[in-house]
Design a protein around this ligand. Structure first.
Ligand SMILES: [Cu+2]
Length: 124
């Protein structure tokens, strides 16, 4: 076998194995489903704080989902619910905050230092 065919073959093999594992784990979705366009995002969604804004203005998750916020700015931010039901405290540059949303509802939040930083988590 020629050498230049070996690498594509290996990649194909890895893909087939990956797909097989995925299908066996989530057989109810069917093998042809290959989109993430449903309303809820992944199991461990991350919101980035960058350029003085939250990267996801409106994040929809299922109850029980843990959301991570990561501060990629060089200044301190917070993740503070408008109704104060949760509050990260100071998230300094490069640090993260996680919260698990167990109750359904709509949770607008903001950064206490930068009033223009606003976003919402919707829990279904
Ligand atoms: Cu801020």
């Amino acid at each position: 076998m020629k050498k230049q065919y070996l690498i594509p073959l290996l990649i194909m093999g890895a893909l087939v194995i990956t797909l097989a594992i995925r299908c066996s784990k989530g057989s109810s979705y069917g093998s042809s489903t290959n989109n993430n366009s449903n309303n809820t995002s992944s199991n461990t969604p991350t919101v980035t704080m960058q350029n003085m804004s939250f990267s996801v203005a409106s994040l929809t998750v299922k109850a029980g989902t843990t959301v991570t916020w990561t501060n990629n700015d060089n200044v301190t931010h917070t993740v503070t619910a408008d109704d104060n039901s949760f509050n990260s405290g100071d998230i300094t540059a490069g640090h993260s905050y996680t919260k698990t949303f167990s109750v359904q509802g709509t949770f607008p939040y903001h950064c206490i230092y930068h009033s223009m930083m606003k976003a919402t988590v919707i829990v279904n």
